[in-house]
Write a protein that binds this ligand. Structure first.
Ligand code: NAD
Length: 285
């Protein structure tokens, strides 16, 4: 074909919304015994998916998540695995396939914080945070990509070969004193995610991150000991003037995992109420 001829590329976009948006899909969520992982596991079930609920230690929380999913008429299985362990992570993925026969969505959400000023930070505190938050993400991502490639694309389920979602944080951009290990892990996740997205996009495997701001989870609520602290400390950092709810993250995760987000590859989406908008500049002009 000569260069001046027009060419009309085929439209290979999925059809418009089909509800529930994840009908027939199978999802694995790490760290789903509480907090955002639990909210996303339930959000996926509401959208029609069956879910493997990973946890470490908190069996009661994982069983709660399973029960809530079953009440929605979906299937769920709890599986204990430390995502920092290659052996345990691989066992978790084997359980996923033995239970559900396939995997369409993998969310790497499990994370820990071990805070200390750098000159007081032990090697164990540094290493554990990197091992769980960053290496754990690599181990899950690697198993997920292997499984997606084995399955191929089944358009009756999804236009994607698979969807991998990494749960990062606004601290992949915003420095956080006293949390250098956590910020280093989240910052590392950003270029890991983008490199991986670039590597597998041609297979129609979608790799993206969700990087929340302050969400109402036990960890954050513990710090809000009075209305003054909420107003003067937390809301000062949030231009939209409300704390995020777990559903702000789970609704986004459902959309990102669905074919409605088919053209989203290698993006980080920040459900943060505007925290990244340099709130210190508000009224400072
Ligand atoms: P959380 O502490 O409430 O829950 C963490 C989950 O991970 C728990 O289920 C825990 O059992 C599990 N977990 C911890 N270590 C594990 C391991 N080694 N193997 C397997 N599971 C393990 O945390 P959260 O607030 O719900 O945070 C979830 C994710 O969201 C994390 O990646 C966190 O960095 C990110 N995040 C949270 C907020 C927030 O405001 N809560 C903000 C930004 C980012």
């Amino acid at each position: 074909m000569s260069a001046d001829q027009n060419y009309t590329p085929p439209n290979d976009m999925p059809p418009g919304p089909i509800y529930p948006m994840l009908a027939g899909q199978k999802a694995l969520v790490t760290g789903a015994s509480k907090g955002l992982g639990q909210a996303m596991a339930i959000g996926f079930a509401e959208a029609g998916a069956d879910v493997l609920v990973n946890y470490r230690g908190d069996r009661a929380g994982a069983e709660d998540t399973v029960q809530m999913i079953e009440k929605l008429g979906r299937k769920a299985v709890a599986f204990e695995a430390d995502v920092a362990s290659e052996e345990q992570t691989q066992a978790m993925f084997r359980c996923m396939i033995e239970t559900f026969g396939r995997m369409d969505i993998c969310v790497s959400n499990a994370a820990v914080q071990m805070n200390a000023p750098v000159d007081e930070m032990t090697l164990e505190q540094w290493q554990r945070v990197i091992d769980v938050n960053l290496t754990g993400t690599f181990l899950c991502a690697r198993e997920a990509i292997r499984q997606f490639k084995k399955q191929g694309v089944d358009r009756s389920i999804s236009y994607s070969m698979g969807k991998l979602i990494l749960i990062s944080s606004v601290h992949d951009i915003i420095p956080w004193e006293g949390h250098a290990n956590y910020a280093a892990a989240k910052g590392g996740m950003m270029l890991f995610m983008k490199s991986l997205a670039q590597e597998v996009a041609h297979l129609r495997i979608r790799v993206n991150s969700i990087a929340p701001g302050a969400i109402r989870t036990p960890m954050n609520v513990e710090k809000i000991t009075s209305p003054e602290i909420y107003q003067q400390q937390l809301l000062n950092l949030i231009p939209c003037k409300r704390i995020g709810e777990p559903e702000d993250v789970s609704r986004l995760a459902v959309w990102l995992a669905s074919d409605q987000a088919d053209y989203i590859h290698g993006s980080t989406i920040y459900p943060d109420g505007g925290m990244l908008l340099y709130p210190g500049f508000i009224g400072a002009g």
